[in-house]
Write a protein that binds this ligand. Structure first.
Ligand code: PGA
Length: 250
């Protein structure tokens, strides 16, 4: 069995540059690379470093295809909290990706099952994912595959766990006691399934900060369990983790 490759960098800046360098190299080696891409706080520095590499060295993204891991349901691309808006802000507007090759689930789709199936089929039609870039939740989630007694293999509409929702929307969580209606916002998201992720040919996972240390150690060295979705990465033959010292000190 091949163990994951663990790269520990001194700090967040270095982690971001290292992850970006690995992705940039993959694009240079395989111009028509198919990427799965994450959102959240962790990859912000990585996207900035990728944009910097594109500007300084001219890395050509024109043939690259991207599929985001997830998108909130009931939310359109103009909502600033949407991952479509996040991706425009951090990557799409700054490199020469072709808009027709940048994919996210359609948060406004009328038929969730059909939308999930369409997304999964689009990944297949692109030839599958060459490199999946992932973050990890403090609870071990990958995309919005939250811990539970079962996981779903394919792209699907998922319910965010209470802890994930509170972490992603602290301003809404603070208002929830007074305004129960805000509890319903951003509660569901389309997410690649755990099978979609594990079928990627290569996986690159980024994690920063002491808050990720315990769950990462469990994911790598503990039992494989749906209660820690990231533990399923132990089953994948080509995983690289890029961590900062705080996340990787065990
Ligand atoms: P974060 O999220 O980068 O904002 O910590 C990671 C995740 O939830 O997958």
């Amino acid at each position: 069995m091949r163990r994951p490759r663990v790269l520990v960098e001194p700090d967040y800046e270095a982690l971001s540059r290292r992850a970006a360098a690995l992705i940039d190299q993959a694009v240079r080696e395989q111009p028509a690379l198919v990427l799965a891409l994450p959102t959240g706080a962790t990859p912000v520095g990585m996207y900035a470093a990728l944009v910097d590499l594109h500007r300084r060295t001219g890395t050509d993204w024109s043939q690259v295809t991207t599929f985001n891991l997830d998108e909130y349901a009931g939310v359109g691309p103009d909502d600033p909290e949407s991952y479509a808006a996040y991706m425009r802000r951090h990557l799409f507007e700054h490199v020469n990706l072709h808009p027709a090759r940048c994919h996210l689930p359609d948060g406004l789709a009328a038929d969730p099952a059909a939308e999930a199936a369409r997304y999964e089929a689009a990944i297949d039609a692109a030839g599958g994912i060459d490199l999946a870039v992932l973050g990890i939740g403090t609870n071990g989630h990958l995309g919005f595959n939250e811990p539970g007694s079962a996981l779903t293999a394919a792209t699907h509409l998922a319910e965010l766990s209470e802890s994930t929702w509170r972490r992603n929307f602290p301003h809404l969580a603070a208002r929830a006691a007074m305004e129960p209606a805000v509890r319903a916002r951003y509660r569901r998201a389309y997410t690649m399934g755990i099978g979609t992720i594990l079928q990627a040919r290569r996986i690159l996972l980024l994690a920063s900060g002491a808050g990720k240390r315990a769950i990462l150690r469990e994911a790598l060295h503990g039992p494989i369990t749906t209660q820690n979705p990231a533990s399923l990465l132990q089953l994948h033959p080509d995983v690289t983790l890029v961590l900062d010292r705080e996340a990787g000190a065990w």
